[in-house]
Every structure is written in structure tokens, then in C-alpha cells.
Design a protein around this ligand. Structure first.
Ligand SMILES: [Zn+2]
Ligand SMILES: [Zn+2]
Length: 306
């Protein structure tokens, strides 16, 4: 006999192993939104009067995030930001899906095109020392631009679509290499630590990649289906598979791992490892831990010395 939805008794399509829950599509959508809402309120992510910039890549996670926030917080001022990275055979489809979504939702939006605004693309980094390890400079560039555009637009929060799988992967990697300063920063809400740095929130902190995918699919949300050609075979994808293998054998592994970090380890780390103060980059004026910020250094790599 087909399994029944634990919430309404209809025929179930989804089994969530970590929660031992069978759900039908309608109840799953409610379950997902309830979870996002409880994450947002548990960590005080969105408060009355907040102006929220939602970074949306056109992928399933950030598209699900934008959609869910729009349903859950119709009165909050939301704007969607898309960064076109200029990756051949990939970025234009991402932007296309983003545009379809914001049009469907009627959300105010802005697109930042690397080629138009900076005269470079992520593809240009293939010619640098990064060669095939492009996720690192790509992450630096995205983080910088998201913060800068949020700051310049007067936003009080920057929301990103990092999911539980992303967090577990970064967490495990930081532990493995003892990257304590990065462990201290790995949390659902990163408050502003400099007048030019906007607080970062991760409302999908407790939803898995699979849940984001199911929510996006059941809601009919447009999202990209192509994979980034620059990220194929990267460490993070291999590690996520490994973590999923473990989660298949140890029920709730990802949830417990991340929860223990936030509730038990993080409070101790925060006391023992204060973050170093930030200075302003001598070249762009944005917050930086060194004289010239990581973004400006990466851009110089492509453009050559000024
Ligand atoms: Zn149901
Ligand atoms: Zn700079």
C-alpha cells in the first residue's frame, strides 16, 4: 500500500528520513514554509522595518528562498539581486530564470552584469593562477558585490540561499583544516561588523538541498537546470556526496552536526576567538582584513597591474 501523508492522510510522495515523515505535496509546501518561518524567527533574521536584499542566482535554493520570503513576509520590503558572472553557456540561462521568477512574483529587482560593470567575466579567471579552481575567486567576488550593493542600496539585511547541505560541507571542511576564524563566521545570522558591512541572513539554514529542490518544483518556480561548467568536479560537490552517504547511515547527521555547531561550539568559539577588526581597502574603501581587499586583488589579477 502506498504510504499516507502523516499530516492529512492523502497519498504521500515524499519521505523525510531525518524526521521520519511521509508528506503529500500540499503538506510538504506548508511544512517547508513553516520551517523557513521558524528559522527566521528563531534567529531574529527579519524584523519590522528591515529592508531585505535577496541574492538570487537563478538556482533552486535562492529561487525557493525568494519565493518563500515573498509568501511569508508580504509586508517586508524585498528586492532581488542577480549577479551575472559572464560564464559561457551558463550565466545567461541563470539570468533568464531569475527574470522569469521576479516577473512572476512582481518583486523589485536589480541585475549586476560583471562584463558590463567591470569589463571582466569569471571565464577570464581561467587564465590566472586559479586556472580550474574558480569557486574560490567566484565566491569572493559574489560576497563582495552582494555586500557592496546591499550597503549602497541602504538595505539592512542581505539574504542568501545557503542550505543545510552547504553549511554542513563548509563546516566539515573548516573543522578538517582547523579554520577557526571561518568557523566563527559560520552562523545563521552574521551581524554587521563594520559600518559598510550589511548583516547577512541565511533563512534556508535548516532546509536541505533536496527540500529546496522539491519546494521549487512543487511551486512551479523557474530555476536553472544547467550546472556551472566551472564547478564540475570541485571539492564541495564531492564532499556533499560524502556527507549524504554518511547521512544515509546515520539518521539526521547533517541536522545534528550543524545544530551542535550553532548551539554548543559556536558560543565557546565566539568567546575565545574575537574576529579581527576590519580596515577600509585602500583601493575601493570597502571593509577588508588587509590593506587591499580580496576583491580588488582578484580583479587586479585579471586586469593586470593598474
Ligand atoms: Zn498531506
Ligand atoms: Zn577593495
Amino acid at each position: 500500500m502506498a504510504p499516507r501523508c502523516n499530516h492529512c492522510g492523502a497519498s504521500a510522495e515524499i519521505y523525510l528520513d531525518y524526521a521520519r515523515l511521509n508528506l503529500c505535496p500540499a503538506c510538504f509546501k506548508k511544512f517547508f514554509e513553516k520551517k523557513v518561518k521558524s528559522t527566521v524567527s528563531k534567529y531574529g533574521m527579519i524584523k519590522p522595518g528591515d529592508k531585505v536584499l535577496v541574492a538570487a542566482s537563478g538556482g533552486k535554493d535562492s529561487s525557493a528562498l525568494l519565493f518563500a520570503l515573498k509568501q511569508l513576509y508580504p509586508d517586508v520590503e524585498l528586492k532581488a539581486l542577480h549577479i551575472n558572472l559572464g560564464i559561457f553557456g551558463y550565466s545567461d540561462e541563470c539570468e533568464q530564470k531569475f527574470r522569469e521568477l521576479v516577473e512572476d512574483l512582481g518583486v523589485d529587482f536589480v541585475v549586476f552584469d560583471l562584463r558590463e560593470e567591470l569589463g571582466i567575466s569569471m571565464d577570464d579567471f581561467r587564465r590566472t593562477v586559479y586556472r580550474r579552481r574558480l569557486c574560490s575567486p567566484c565566491g569572493t567576488i559574489k560576497r563582495y558585490l552582494m555586500n557592496k550593493l546591499a550597503y549602497e542600496g541602504g538595505f539592512t539585511k542581505l539574504a542568501t540561499g545557503h542550505n543545510l547541505d552547504d553549511v554542513a560541507e563548509v563546516l566539515l571542511n573548516n573543522y578538517l583544516h582547523g579554520k577557526v576564524e571561518q568557523l566563527v563566521r559560520l552562523k545563521p545570522v552574521l551581524p554587521s561588523i563594520h559600518p559598510k558591512s550589511v548583516a547577512k541572513i541565511k533563512p534556508l539554514w535548516e532546509t536541505t538541498e533536496m527540500e529546496d529542490l522539491l519546494y521549487a518544483s512543487y511551486q512551479g518556480i523557474p530555476f536553472r537546470t544547467v550546472e556551472c561548467p566551472l564547478s564540475a568536479g570541485t571539492r564541495s560537490l564531492r564532499w556533499k556526496r560524502l556527507i549524504n552517504d554518511v547521512a544515509g547511515k546515520v539518521r539526521g547527521f547533517k541536522h545534528t552536526f550543524v545544530k551542535s555547531h550553532v548551539n554548543k561550539v559556536l558560543p565557546l568559539l565566539e568567546r575565545s576567538t574575537p574576529l579581527p577588526p576590519l580596515v577600509e581597502c585602500k583601493s575601493c574603501g570597502m571593509p577588508s582584513s588587509s590593506e587591499t581587499c580580496a576583491f580588488c586583488r582578484r580583479i587586479q589579477l585579471v586586469r593586470g597591474p593598474a
